[in-house]
Every structure is written in C-alpha cells, then in structure tokens.
Design a protein around this ligand. Structure first.
Ligand SMILES: [Zn+2]
Length: 304
C-alpha cells in the first residue's frame, strides 16, 4: 500500500512539474520585425510563442542574415514577413533554415502586406542596384494604426491556415485588439487635432503612412533617395526649404545619424526627435500600442 502511495505521489509530482505535458504544443511563430511579433501576440494569445528575427533599434533594410536567425526559423511552424522588400532578406534566411514549412509558397509562410494600399510606388522602374531600398514603394506601414486591422486579419488567416481548429480563437482575439485600438485611435486623433497640417522633415522616409493618417505633411527627407545617404548639396536645399516652410521637427530613426539630424535642425531653427520607428526602437515602446503612443506624444508636443 505504501509503495502504491509513493508511486501515485511521484506521478502527481511529475504532472505538476510538467504543466504543458497535457496541453497542446504552442504554435511557434517567427516574424521578421518586432511590430509583427507584437501584433501576432495580440492575435495568437496563449496559443502562440512568437520570436522576431530583428530588434526595433535596427535598420530592417540592412539586417544581416545570421546563423541565429536560421536557428529560430528551423523550429518555426509559421514565418510572418512584412513584404514590399522591407525584409528582402527573408528568403535567404528561410532557405538557409532548411525548414520546408516556412519557405516561400508554403502554408506556414505569411506576407502581411496583402491588401495594404502601398504609398510612394515609383512611377519609373527603380533598380535596387541604384541603391534605392524602396523599389516596390514604401514598405514602412506596420506602425500606422489605421492599417493594423488589415495586417491582423492577414495574421489571423495565416495562423488559421496552419491551425484551422483555432481560427475562431484567433478571430476573437483580433476583434478584442482592434476594439482596443479603435479606442486609442480616437484619443490619438484628439491629441493630433491641434497640429494637423504641420510640416515635418524625416531622415529616412519611414513615417509616410503615419503622417498621412494624422494629417501631417512630409516636406523632405534628409536622404537623397530612400537608402541613399544625405549629400551636402541636398542638405543645403533641405535647410533652405525648412526655413521657408517653417518646419519645426526632423524625425530620426534610432539607427540613423542622429548627430547629423541635430546639426541640420540647428541650422534650420528646428529640433530633431528620435522616433519609435518600430516596437522596441526606443525606451517604453515595448508593444504595438506603446510604440504608437510614443510617436503621437512626441509629435503632438514637438509641433505645438
Ligand atoms: Zn525604408
């Protein structure tokens, strides 16, 4: 009898130590950028375990495919990419991971740009060899809260392709998230109302969707073209334009040349601000809503 009790207790201890043993394994999702990690966590809830291949402080255009990326992708059930060439390295990483579940065309490969109206599509053919990193148009739409409903719907569809039995849960989680976002949106619109129509300059053009959403105007970029460094001649023109248009703010990415932005701002009588170009790009911007909140606060205060 005593021996039997010991066995029962041992079994109970094992069960307590391995809580997930009975539950279904979580879906392993790897996203190319942290914004999509945050949105996938909102949609997937307890059913997913999400990792990002890049950090928010990085320039996604220039991300280097490393063995650590391939290790993450090797055990992934789903890979979620931004598309429109923001993460043009995604195929190299996926193919290097030797995981047929997530290669282009596989069920577990999700492109969230589907249905997103792309801005700044070049009217002439732009070759990447010319150095332009936006050959298919501007890919920086993920932090426009007005596009989150489309993006999260693409995530629901992608996860449900791999786990159809959980579609209803994903859809319900998304609905709750979108409802929360709508609440925040009216607050954000209110905060931005007094500065509508204000003109700003950006270093790299990664805010066009956001600025358009909230009625702000981008009058110039410090880069000559997307991904092409600022040339002295171009900067002279930008400074002149900023003075004429009374531009108060230059928006800078944390990975960019903040010192140069500060110098240009000083010459033009403006100020440079480091923005949350992605989730995790600046302190406090550690999820999707927090990142947008940071940008709304920075712009509404900086433009006043
Ligand atoms: Zn870009």
């Amino acid at each position: 009898m005593r021996r039997f009790l010991v066995l029962v207790m041992a079994a109970a201890i094992v069960a307590a130590l391995v809580p997930g043993a009975q539950a279904a394994r979580k879906l392993r999702v790897v996203t190319t950028i942290p914004d999509l990690k945050s949105l996938t966590e909102a949609v997937g809830g307890d059913l997913v375990e999400v990792d990002s291949l890049t950090r928010g402080t990085q320039n996604f255009h220039e991300a280097e495919v490393r063995p650590s990326m391939m290790l993450k992708l090797r055990r992934a059930d789903v890979m979620i990419e931004n598309g429109v060439e923001l993460d043009a390295w995604a195929d190299v990483a996926a193919n290097g991971a030797n995981n047929p579940k997530i290669v282009r065309g596989a069920v577990g490969r999700v492109d969230i740009s589907r249905g997103v109206p792309i801005l700044e599509v070049p009217s002439i053919r732009v070759d990447r060899s010319m150095g332009d990193v936006h050959p298919l148009g501007n890919p920086h739409f993920s932090l426009d809260p007005g596009l989150a409903p489309v993006i999260t719907q693409n995530i629901v569809d992608g996860l449900a392709r791999v786990e159809p039995e959980n579609r209803a849960v994903f859809a319900k989680n998304r609905e709750a998230f979108v409802a929360k976002l709508e609440q925040e949106m009216s607050r954000w619109q209110q905060m931005m109302a007094p500065v509508r129509g204000a003109k700003v300059v950006v270093f790299h053009p990664d805010f066009i969707y956001f600025l358009t959403r909230f009625g702000l105007v981008q009058v110039a970029t410090l880069e000559d073209r997307p991904g092409i460094p600022a040339s002295p001649g171009h900067l002279v023109n930008v400074i002149k334009l900023m003075k004429e248009e009374k531009v108060k703010m230059i928006l800078v990415e944390p990975w960019n040349d903040v010192k140069l932005a500060n110098r240009v701002a000083e010459e033009a009588g403006a100020k440079a601000f480091v923005m949350a170009t992605a989730v995790g790009a600046v302190k406090g911007a550690d999820n999707y809503i927090a990142a947008i909140d940071f940008n709304i606060k920075t712009l509404s205060e900086g433009l006043r």
